[in-house]
Design a protein. Structure first.
Length: 261
């Protein structure tokens, strides 16, 4: 992260009720990594601002589903806890992504991380605390039987949960945003999570429905097919979850979206 008194670079941070990201953000240059004897282009895709109150619900879902189909490693980022509202949104995303994915022969999710930030309900953080929390959510979803696609996604072998503690009021109120402003448990957990994602990014290459590795050009062509076929189903059936757009604090992040060269 650099010196404790040096401002963090490479990201935008701002206090307030408005999201920093608007629509979909994507790195304009790939990070090339070597994995399993091939070079893989890794991009970061951020759709934190897709659930904007000023945007139509249909458009918001299209942006989120686009990021899902584009990504080989999807991070579903929620604030504090995984509630009914987040589950409803995830159910919608899974429904639409599956329908559009069938059109362009893409699996909706290859790898899913449920990242719960600002966690303060226990002192158990990280991957271990996350797996325990994920198990609790499995039980509740099984008993309700109202979100079968969410249950299926969270029970998949490629899914994990990570609990990220609150960074502390000193950090959230700081304009400089330095590592020294972070609470120690947050800084350690953040480094641990980011390191785990980066180390595995090259092994999570985007594949088609037959598990065949796709190049960037092939993936782009399939996304275009899905876009043309999307009018046949999915978008129009999406409805606002009962909890409204509490998801302004939620985000969908695609990491490790890549094609082999």
């Amino acid at each position: 992260m650099g010196p404790e008194d040096q401002a963090l670079g490479g990201l935008s941070v701002a206090m307030g009720t408005e999201t920093v990201t608007k629509g979909v953000w994507m790195w304009d240059q790939p990070l090339w990594v070597e994995a399993e004897g091939r070079r893989v282009a890794v991009f970061l895709v951020d759709t934190e601002g897709s659930l904007d109150l000023q945007r139509r619900m249909e458009t918001s879902i299209k942006l989120s589903v686009f990021s899902i189909l584009l990504s080989s490693y999807w991070i579903f980022n929620v604030a504090s806890t995984f509630t009914r509202t987040e589950a409803d949104y995830l159910e919608i995303y899974m429904h639409v992504a599956r329908e559009v994915g069938e059109t362009c022969n893409l699996l909706p999710i290859q790898r899913l991380d449920l990242l719960v930030r600002d966690w303060q309900l226990s002192r158990s953080y990280g991957a271990d605390g996350g797996q325990e929390y994920l198990g609790e959510k499995h039980g509740k979803l099984e008993r309700s039987a109202e979100q079968p696609r969410v249950l299926e996604a969270l029970r998949a072998s490629g899914t994990r949960c990570y609990l990220l503690p609150h960074p502390g009021t000193r950090f959230t109120r700081s304009w400089a945003v330095t590592p020294g402003d972070m609470e120690e448990d947050f800084r350690q957990s953040l480094c641990d999570y980011v390191t785990s994602v980066v180390r595995s990014a090259g092994t999570h290459v985007r594949t088609d429905g037959a598990r065949q590795v796709l190049t960037g050009a092939q993936l782009a062509a399939r996304i275009k097919v899905g876009e043309r076929g999307s009018a046949k189903g999915g978008w129009e059936t999406a409805k606002e979850p009962q909890g409204g757009r509490r998801g302004l604090g939620s985000g969908c992040h695609g990491a490790g979206m890549g094609g082999a060269q």
